[in-house]
Ligand binder design. Sequence first.
Ligand SMILES: *Cc1c(COP(=O)(O)O)cnc(C)c1O
Length: 377
Amino acid sequence: MINFNVPPFTGKEMEYIKECVDNQKICGDGKYTKKCNEWIEKRTGVTKALLTTSCTHATEMAALLAGIKEGDEVIMPSYTFVSTADAFVLRGAKAVFVDIRPDTMNIDETKIENAITDRTKAIVPVHYAGVSCEMDTITDIAKRHNLLVIEDAAQGIMSTYKGKALGSIGDFGCYSFHETKNYSMGEGGALLLKGDRYIEQAEIIREKGTDRSKFFRGQVDKYRWVDYGSSYLPSDMNAAYLYAQLEMADEINSYRLNIWNTYYEGLKDLQSEGILELPTVPDGCVHNAHMFYIKAKDFDERTKLIAFLKENDILSVFHYIPLHTAPAGMKYGEFRGEDKYTTKESERLTRLPLYYGLTKEQNEYIIDKVREFYGKK
Ligand SMILES: *Cc1c(COP(=O)(O)O)cnc(C)c1O
């Protein structure tokens, strides 16, 4: 059976975790957390990166820092993971969903402005499949309407938009290191901060509302409860697991890109013939091969394709029941404008296996089976 996902593993993980255990330093903000933070800062150019317990929690921190409160509205796509909305709904805000573009499955930047009201506080672009949203347009809209931009870059590490790292473009960027992402620590994420404005408050919120980060740097002689906060810092053992992969980030990235390109090359004639659709990467975007998906004609064809692949020992999956059609989405959110593509496109999409370690033979075998399904040997 070819799994849909296998968590990344490079070989150094156990050694680094053992070091934490041997040194009896397993709580948060140890050596490996610092190394991961610095790695992200160096690679993305942000002033501060803070490792968190998840991308969901990084987004919750962004919502707290943005001062999101009851009655506020936050604009986002409906075609996304629940956390994009949850982090804001938890603060009492309404999730305002707008349609996606069918080419990238990202928020349609031309539909955002019509969804803005005097209650709107932020725009949350989700970089689906590690392919950037149209950030120049989104940043420009945000500036003109005085809104914050919070990038859900859960899938976007190592990707760029016009040379800028995803997660470093908006006011806040959120990464995920869940086991399904390109680099993992089991459960984990990071909050990326541009400039100095939110750093101090972010450190306080992450450390239970205390100034413990300052205390550890020797800037204050005791730490106290100074503001509201929670516990958003991961164990250094998890960071140790992640660091083993960040050290090899370029290698993992090229490995994934190679699989992605092989899928693309092996299936592009089917796209030319109008049999299926493949992902689009707009000019100016460099992606990280987070995902390879194909779009079948419709829901029925997709169901048959997934079943056919399964009969041939290939696990492919679809995802994202549009949030506005889910029970919580109906309660806490609202779709503004027409749902022209969100539902329709979400019902056609299937993700093919893509992970560090998937072999060339498996890659070719999957292509063959997709071709066979479409009667194209
Ligand atoms: C994975 C993912 C998340 C959630 O990440 P966690 O680290 O599991 O909290 C949020 N948004 C998107 C788009 C994701 O793909």
